[in-house]
Design a protein around this ligand. Structure first.
Ligand SMILES: [Zn+2]
Length: 62
């Protein structure tokens, strides 16, 4: 079982903060996550810096 890590992100559409649980065994590439508030698709990419998970969120239409 892979470890999972909660990350705080801000929706790039509606600006609401929310927590996503990230599977650390699947950090490569981009993930599509639907915003819990406005249901629009966010493109999430992850990097690790000093053992801290850095989430980067983009809009799907940029
Ligand atoms: Zn949203």
């Amino acid at each position: 079982m892979n470890p999972e890590e909660p990350v705080n992100i801000l929706c790039p559409y509606c600006g609401e903060s929310q927590v996503l649980v990230i599977d650390l065994g699947d950090m490569s590439g981009e993930h599509i996550e639907d915003c819990e508030v406005c249901c629009r698709p966010m493109i999430l990419s992850l990097s690790m810096q000093d053992n801290t998970l850095i989430p980067l969120v983009k809009r799907d239409d940029e």
